[in-house]
Design a protein around this ligand. Structure first.
Ligand code: FE
Length: 213
């Protein structure tokens, strides 16, 4: 059974980069050529990394962790105490996930992540960040007026009495979110639960939807 989560795609956050996508792609290509030419990396290495993040590493990993935490209280405890070690129990870890911290959403507190400096993100569990995660507007507004950003850009309207905590994910510590288990999922298996978990819910710009039907 596959456990591909419903990653979805949120509406674009206003205020994209000044450069067009084509311009950014051209710059990346130029840097890549230069680094290969200087012997700093190989074409095969670039292909391998692209393949890894296209096919193997992505939010389905985080979804497996979340589903395990929902069904195994002792695992959840370990996850909240030391996320890097707990993820390693399921064989998940590696670059850009050396020091992960998982923060738990509850009825009282909703957590979300941002990298105010650039685009730091827990790659082993969530894959590569969505483009909007890197936009200056998301990075700046999310710390200043998170309730408005969640409502305006992601159509996520949280109860007024639910506190919002924003975690600045950095090169040192990669935060990500343990979302709340939705109602109506009591009878579901760990694998069935993993399918429900969205990327956005682990960033904190969404919540896990109740199962349909
Ligand atoms: Fe960053």
């Amino acid at each position: 059974m596959t456990t591909t989560p419903q990653t979805g795609s949120p509406p674009p956050v206003a205020g994209r980069f000044a450069a067009s996508d084509a311009e950014v792609a051209a710059r990346v290509k130029a840097l890549e050529s230069l680094m290969i030419e200087k012997g700093m990396m190989t074409e095969q290495a670039v292909d391998r990394i692209a393949e890894l993040y296209e096919r193997e590493v992505g939010p389905h990993n985080g979804a497996r962790i979340v589903a395990r935490a929902w069904t195994d209280p002792e695992f959840k405890q370990r996850l909240l105490e030391d996320a890097t070690s707990a993820c390693a129990e399921l064989g998940i870890g590696g670059a850009q996930g050396e020091d992960m911290v998982v923060v738990e959403n509850t009825d009282d507190v909703h957590n979300a992540i941002v990298c105010t400096l650039c685009s730091c993100y827990p790659w082993p569990t969530l894959g590569l960040p969505p483009n909007w995660y890197k936009y200056p507007a998301y990075r700046a507004r999310m710390v200043k007026e998170p309730r408005a950003v969640l409502s305006d850009e992601f159509k996520l309207n949280l109860p007024d009495d639910q506190e919002i905590r924003i975690w600045d994910t950095s090169a040192e510590v990669r935060y990500w979110v343990l979302p709340q288990r939705p109602p109506g999922t009591e009878g579901l298996s760990e694998e069935e639960l993993a399918v429900l978990v969205t990327r956005d819910s682990m960033i904190g710009v969404g919540v896990v939807p109740e199962p349909k039907g």
